[in-house]
Design a protein around this ligand. Structure first.
Ligand SMILES: [Zn+2]
Length: 258
């Protein structure tokens, strides 16, 4: 019997610790029930992630990066239609990357991870780009305002909670330099901003405005710029970032760590 699956792809959503599966089936079959499975090796331990009925043809796996780094995951979709069962092909998170390239990248990332673990344990808070709207701001404020005018509920993101749940990871602080800047960014006049250069794992990928917290010392950093080290120009294997150490009176210190 012909398999109605035309296509199945996985797109890692690095920023959101998730991956999106998108599939296409032949006309008519969209009305079936689609069950999504994940396996660590593409062969065994298929875990049922949930099912979807309807014509959407996509599913988001929210647990792509459970421990601060990304491991390869394999997916398949099973279609139940008119009492019949159809299995899609098996696809991997790194489907578009050659296995050998991923193998090398994995070795480098593993090495990075092992050396980073010798340094500072941190919590990585990623700014929300979706979610429930901020109850305080009437309309989303996408302007990254920093200072006393920052909304204490959404921190300028427009989304309730401001950050996604934190990911535990590590960072290695390299250079620390006081900011040569007359006006403090905090706008309080009492701040003493310090810029650090830090090395972190490539995943989850950071963006400007994300927050890194050293929970032991409760030091909170705002990510300013990020440079990735790339393998073959395709796979990021580590990140070097510039971050500002936030002054103690910054509103972000009120953000709960748990
Ligand atoms: Zn707000």
């Amino acid at each position: 019997m012909e398999n109605p699956f035309v296509d199945l792809t996985v797109v890692p959503m690095y920023g959101k610790f998730a991956s999106r599966l998108v599939w296409k089936v032949q006309a008519g079959y969209e009305k079936g029930k689609f069950i999504i499975f994940r396996s660590p090796d593409g062969l065994n331990n298929w875990q049922d992630l949930g099912s979807i009925s309807g014509i959407m043809g996509s599913f988001v796996d929210e647990n792509l990066i459970p421990r601060g780094r990304m491991d390869e995951a394999f997916y398949k979709v099973v279609l139940q239609y008119n009492g019949k069962r159809f299995d899609s092909d098996v696809v991997s998170t790194f489907g578009k990357i050659k296995r050998s390239e991923f193998g090398v990248a994995r070795v480098i990332m593993e090495h990075e991870w092992v050396s980073l673990k010798l340094f500072t344990p941190v919590k990585f808070f990623k700014l929300r780009t979706d979610g429930a709207p901020c109850p305080r701001c009437t309309e989303p404020d996408t302007d990254m305002k920093v200072g006393l005018s920052l909304c204490p509920v959404c921190y300028g993101t427009g989304y309730d909670g401001a950050y996604y749940p934190a990911v535990d990871t590590f960072m290695h602080i390299g250079v620390i330099s006081p900011k040569v800047q007359e006006d403090s960014r905090e706008g309080t006049g009492s701040a003493d901003p310090v810029t650090i250069q830090a090395r972190t794992a490539a995943y989850p990928m950071m963006e400007k405005g994300d927050m890194i917290v050293n929970p032991m010392a409760d030091r909170r950093y705002l990510v300013e710029t990020i440079n990735y080290g790339w393998l073959n120009g395709k796979i990021p294997v580590y990140a070097e970032s510039q971050m500002t150490l936030l002054a103690r009176n910054n509103i972000r210190y009120t953000y709960p760590l748990k």
